[in-house]
Structures are given as C-alpha cells and as structure tokens.
Design a protein around this ligand. Structure first.
Ligand code: C2E
Ligand code: MG
Ligand code: MG
Ligand code: MG
Length: 291
C-alpha cells in the first residue's frame, strides 16, 4: 500500500489529499526522466503448452530499473503512466523491443517455440491515432510476421468508441492477433466478443486461484469452476484460443487440463524472466527435442 511505501515521495500522500494530481506530477516527471535515461526493460513470461509441457510463446512485461528504488513493478507506475499519457512512448518502446526480441528468437529457435509473442496495450495507446502505424513499423523494422504478434487488451481498454474499433479491425486485417486479457473480470465480456476481432481469451487468475479445491462445498469454488468451464466452451464455439493465467501449482494445471485448457501461464510453469534466461530455456528445450 501507499502507507508501506511512505518513503517513496511519489506515492506518499495523506488521506484526502489529491492523490493522483500530486503523485502523478512527481511520478510523471520521474517516468519521463527514466524513459530518457533508458531505465525501462522488458521481461518475458513463457506461455506453456499444458499437455506437452513446452514453451510456445511469451508475454512481454515491462520493468523499471530505477536508480534508487530498484526494480519497480508495473502496478506501481502503469496507472500514472496512463493518466499522464507517458504510456504512449513507454508502450511504443515495449512494442518495438518485443518485436525485435521475438524476431531474434524466431530466427534462432524456429516457429514451433515461438508461436506467440506479445505486449500489453493500454486504452490510451489504442486511442493514439498513430498506434496502428506504430505496430506496422515495429513489424516491418523487426521482420516479425504479424501473425506472431499478440496484443493483450483489457475489456476496459476496448470498450470505448468507434476509433478503437476501427484500429482493432485494421490490426486484425494485418494478421496481428488480439487477446482479451483478464477475461471474466469485466462487466460485458460476452457482448464484447461479438464486436471485437479477438483470437485469444486469457482466463483471469482470479478464476484459477483455488480451482483445485473442488470439494470444499463453498459457492465460490463452484463458481470459479463454472466460469472456467463456461469460458472454454464459449471459446470453442467461437474458435478462440484460451490461456489460463496465474497457475501456481500442479493441481491447478491438472484441473485446467481436464477442463480443456491447453495453454497456461503462471509461476508454477515459469516466472517472468530476462531475455537471456528465456534464450537459455528455449535452447534447453531444443536440446531435449534432439535427444
Ligand atoms: P497481466 O497482463 O495480467 O500480466 C500478468 C501479471 O501476473 C504479471 O505481473 C505476472 O508477473 C503476474 N503473474 C504471472 N503468473 C503469476 C502467478 O502464477 N501468480 C501471481 N501471483 N502472479 C503471476 P506484472 O508483470 O507485475 O504486471 C502486472 C500488470 O501490469 C499486467 O497484468 C499488465 O496489466 C500490466 N503491464 C505489465 N507490463 C505492461 C506494459 O508494458 N504495458 C501496459 N500497458 N501494461 C503492462
Ligand atoms: Mg497481459
Ligand atoms: Mg493477464
Ligand atoms: Mg491479470
């Protein structure tokens, strides 16, 4: 909480203070400085085939290597980056870096291990009139085929407006795939899918948490499984791929496999890691294949 981080002046505020305004001014200046100083980097969390136990792709997650605060997690700066608009240059950096890195892995390891690579994209980026051109340029400059790029969008990012809808259809026409992130947590997940050219839905971690505890008899446990089952059925009917997020133990992985999930992500499978660590993991997988 902000209280626990009271020493960090950009998150320190008293109850009733105008938190976003005060905090954003300071954090915004620090973000801008950090961007210019090259303090942001991208880590990658493997996407794993739950049946073959193999990496088939990665999600790109941004990190801030802050000179005095150490590694800052996105939860602590993405909201302010969105409010200040700095998410646009920051997101462009993550997009370009992801495409560059993914193209390199594709060349090194081949298309079986790199079927999907993708950054998260915020509402503010989707509203930026240059966004589609930025994606086109990132693909052209890196040589990454559009089909490998998966843009992760949340429902709240997608909900608003004609312009966003047009951008999403243009991206879809370029072959880029769109994933609905944190699926099931929004208010209109189902109606959104009709209007939105999505290829992938990512079942939110909140439905994976505790999914292995089937027989505790609580309505919550029953509801989680019902949602996970409904999402996989819906995805099958609409011909969408599914990814289960936040898998933390083998019992959850097994339960999800039995429900029909074939792709997963989570600390139990692999944590977010540096590009060098991903490279080592992919190289190890290739050696295992050859054996
Ligand atoms: P997300 O897109 O849903 O990403 C998944 C988050 O869950 C990541 O946190 C990941 O480290 C974490 N995670 C993965 N497996 C597990 C698990 O088994 N257990 C637990 N407890 N957590 C797990 P991270 O990297 O801190 O990112 C948090 C959120 O920040 C992301 O949620 C995404 O919404 C946002 N974000 C991250 N990078 C970017 C970015 O470059 N641009 C934008 N716009 N948003 C970003
Ligand atoms: Mg995501
Ligand atoms: Mg997610
Ligand atoms: Mg999430």
């Amino acid at each position: 909480s902000a209280k626990q981080r009271g020493k960090d002046n950009w998150v320190r505020f008293a109850p009733g203070m105008e938190r976003p305004v005060v905090a954003d001014a300071q954090l915004g200046a620090d973000l801008r400085r950090g961007l210019e100083a090259g303090e942001f980097r991208v880590v990658y969390q493997p996407l794993v085939d739950l049946h073959l136990n193999r990496v088939i792709g990665v999600e790109a997650l941004v990190r801030w290597q802050h000179p005095t605060r150490g590694v800052v997690s996105p939860a602590d700066f993405i909201p302010a980056a969105e409010r200040t608009g700095l998410i646009v240059p920051l997101g462009r950096f993550v997009l370009r870096e992801t495409c560059r890195q993914a193209a390199q892995w594709l060349a090194e390891f081949g298309p079986e291990v790199l079927q999907k690579a993708g950054p998260n994209v915020s509402a503010r980026q989707l509203h930026d009139p240059d966004f589609v051109d930025d994606v086109r340029a990132a693909l052209a400059d890196s040589g990454l085929p559009g089909e490998l790029l998966v843009l992760e969008l949340t429902e709240s990012a997608v909900l608003r407006g004609q312009q966003v809808s047009r951008a999403l259809h243009e991206l879809h026409d370029m072959g880029v795939r769109l994933a609905l992130d944190d699926f099931g947590t929004g208010e209109s997940s189902l109606s959104l899918l009709r209007a939105f050219p999505a290829s992938i839905v990512k079942l939110d971690k909140s439905f994976v948490d505790g999914i292995e505890l089937d027989d505790d008899g609580t309505p919550e446990a029953a509801a989680r499984q019902a949602v996970a089952r409904a999402v996989i059925q819906m995805a099958g009917a609409l011909d969408l791929d599914t990814v289960a997020e936040g898998i933390e133990n083998e019992e959850q992985a097994e339960r999800l496999r039995r429900l029909g999930y074939s792709l997963g992500q989570g600390f139990h499978l692999a944590e977010p890691m540096s590009p060098a660590e991903v490279g080592a993991m992919l190289a190890g997988q290739r050696v295992a294949d050859a054996a």
